[in-house]
Design a protein around this ligand. Structure first.
Ligand SMILES: [Fe+2]
Ligand SMILES: [Fe+2]
Length: 149
C-alpha cells in the first residue's frame, strides 16, 4: 500500500469515528470521551505521518506558500491546540460541545481539502521518490510500534 492510500484509509477511519461519536446520546459522556480519545490519538499519528513524510515530499510539487499547503499546516496546528484543550475538559461542559463542534467541522473540511487538492498534486512527486518514501514510512511505523511497546 502506498502512502496516499494509507493516508486515505486514515481519513476514512477518522470520518467513521466522527460518525460514531455523533451517533451517541448527548448524555453518554463516558462513551463520547472514550471514542474522542481514540479519534485524537488516531489524528495525532496521522498528522505526524503527514508532516514528517508527506509534506516534505509534497514541497517539491506544491509551493509551500500556496494556499492548500499553508492552510493545511495551519489547520493541523489549530486542531492540535483544540485536542489538547478538549482532553482537559469534561464533555458535559458547554464549552466542550462548542469546541468539539468547531473541531469536527475543521477536521471534515481538512480531510476533504487534502483529498481534493493536496493529495492529487503530490501523487507524481511521491511516485518519483517511491523507494525513499516507502523506507521513510517503514521507519515511521517501527518508531511508532517501538514507542507503544
Ligand atoms: Fe492533514
Ligand atoms: Fe490527512
Amino acid at each position: 500500500m502506498n502512502l496516499l492510500q494509507m493516508l486515505k484509509e486514515d481519513h476514512d477511519r477518522l470520518r467513521n469515528l466522527l460518525i460514531e461519536i455523533e451517533s451517541f446520546d448527548e448524555n453518554a459522556v463516558e462513551k463520547r470521551k472514550k471514542k474522542a480519545s481514540e479519534l485524537f490519538l488516531e489524528l495525532e499519528i496521522h498528522i505526524r505521518l503527514e508532516e514528517e513524510i508527506l509534506y516534505p515530499f509534497a514541497r517539491g510539487a506544491v509551493d509551500k506558500n500556496e494556499k492548500p499547503f499553508r492552510g493545511a499546516i495551519e489547520e493541523h496546528q489549530r486542531m492540535k491546540k483544540w485536542m489538547r484543550k478538549l482532553k482537559e475538559m469534561p464533555p458535559t461542559d458547554t464549552d466542550y460541545k462548542r469546541l468539539f463542534s468547531r473541531f469536527r467541522k475543521t477536521l471534515k473540511h481538512h480531510l476533504e481539502e487534502e483529498e481534493r487538492e493536496l493529495f492529487p498534486r503530490t501523487e507524481e512527486a511521491l511516485k518519483k521518490d517511491a523507494v525513499s518514501v516507502h523506507s521513510r514510512v517503514l521507519e515511521f511505523s517501527s518508531d511508532l510500534s517501538g514507542a507503544t511497546e
